[in-house]
Design a binder for this molecule. Structure first.
Ligand code: NAD
Ligand code: ZN
Length: 347
């Protein structure tokens, strides 16, 4: 089968690899229909996250049709149209039973290398999904794959961040980063009742994009985002900040934007081991700070409902639809920020 393989820094290729097989009674094989390129794939592509052996299959965002199921699988059947969660969990360990699926003792992230379980990715014609009952959801009838795919990662990541921030109806929210995750966070915050949402990015084109969603665009390459937000909030700062970039500069910015007693939820991925936490600021201004990978399993049913009901249209971020064979071009365009979200059509 054809699959997108990691080659080297800033280089992926489409190669021929062996089709996966059912290896355990809980496995499901999914014939992929759509795969997307995620900002998290860019960290691998840019060589920021080690552990991708050359030849490894990339990707963790996908929809498809169930092609085969292991003998213990109960909840999906051959022929079902499904969306998969980007991180896989066993559903049975103590942490999964506590609802902490992203902390599963046996799980990992599809297509994310040795440090994340070494699972082959989903930018391929077929993917093996471990613990298929836990890590797949049937797509509601009438909901197209290209909308459902976002519930397996970025929409649910963004929704989960807004939920973790404790945003209340009527509050103000700043989203740092207007990449696909940031745009999803704008939409999630609006659905969850934010009165006003600021969308901050240093890329002028991306910063402007959220305006069409009803957010207040802030181009941080042209104006000081702290001054802009302070002016607009009477010098108070926002109730809630969602950080959707990753790394020290935008985490530090989050502390400057939030009001006293406010909350920050960070989902941007970084490979930095440490960061000088603004301890005095957090202490004296009573800031709540949360950071973590998404607990997709906790929130995916809610985001599927929102998308199926038409409350959120995640396809507004899609800029390119390319065949799987054109994945190297898709990666290059997304890396250069000339594409916003690239969907790969498979089969
Ligand atoms: P992306 O790379 O397309 O977008 C990042 C955006 O941040 C870009 O528009 C860029 O211009 C902007 N940016 C970079 N530095 C900035 C700065 N200093 N100030 C303002 N803007 C800045 O990525 P994406 O797909 O939107 O994903 C965003 C982040 O979310 C990535 O780090 C990704 O790995 C992460 N992510 C996390 C999870 C999770 O489980 N926590 C899940 C999915 C994605
Ligand atoms: Zn992703």
């Amino acid at each position: 089968m054809k699959a997108v393989q990691y080659k080297d820094v800033e280089s992926v290729m489409v190669g021929d690899v062996a089709e996966p097989t059912i290896n355990t009674p809980d496995d499901v094989l999914v014939r992929v229909t759509r795969a997307a390129i995620c900002g998290s794939d860019l960290h691998l592509y840019r060589g920021h996250i080690p552990g991708m052996a050359p030849g490894s299959i990339m990707g963790h965002e996908y929809t498809g049709i169930v092609a085969a199921v292991g003998e213990r699988v109960r909840h999906v059947q051959v022929g079902d149209r499904v969306v998969g969660t980007f991180h896989v969990a066993c559903g049975a360990c103590q942490l999964c039973r506590l609802g902490q699926y992203h902390q599963c003792s046996h799980g990992g992230v599809l297509g994310y290398g040795l440090a994340f379980g070494d699972y082959p990715g989903s930018q391929a014609e077929m993917v093996r999904v471990p613990w298929g009952d836990v890590n797949l959801r049937k797509i509601p009838d009438g909901l197209p794959d290209e909308k459902a795919i976002f519930t397996g990662d970025i929409l649910t990541t963004a929704y989960g961040a807004v939920r973790n921030s404790g945003l209340q109806p009527g509050e103000t929210c700043a989203v740092i980063g207007a990449g696909p995750v940031g745009m999803m966070a704008v939409m999630a915050a609006q659905v969850m009742g934010a009165a006003r949402v600021f969308s901050i990015d240093r890329d002028s084109r991306r910063a402007g994009a959220a305006e069409s969603l009803g957010a207040i665009p802030v181009d941080s390459s042209r104006s000081n985002p702290v001054r802009r937000v302070m002016q607009a909030t009477g010098g108070l700062g926002v109730d809630v900040v969602i950080e959707a970039v990753g790394g020290p500069p935008t985490l530090a910015l989050a502390f400057q934007l939030v009001r006293g007693g406010g909350r920050i939820a960070a989902v941007g991925v970084t490979a930095e081991a440490q960061w000088a936490f603004p301890l005095m600021t957090a202490l004296t201004r009573d800031i709540t700070f949360r950071i973590g990978l998404a607990n997709t399993h906790r929130d995916i049913d809610a985001t599927l409902n929102l998308v199926a009901a038409g409350r959120i249209d995640p396809t507004t971020v899609v800029s390119h639809r390319l065949p799987l064979e054109s994945a190297p071009e898709g990666y290059r365009l997304f890396h250069e920020q000339r594409a916003d979200k690239v969907l790969l059509t498979v089969g």
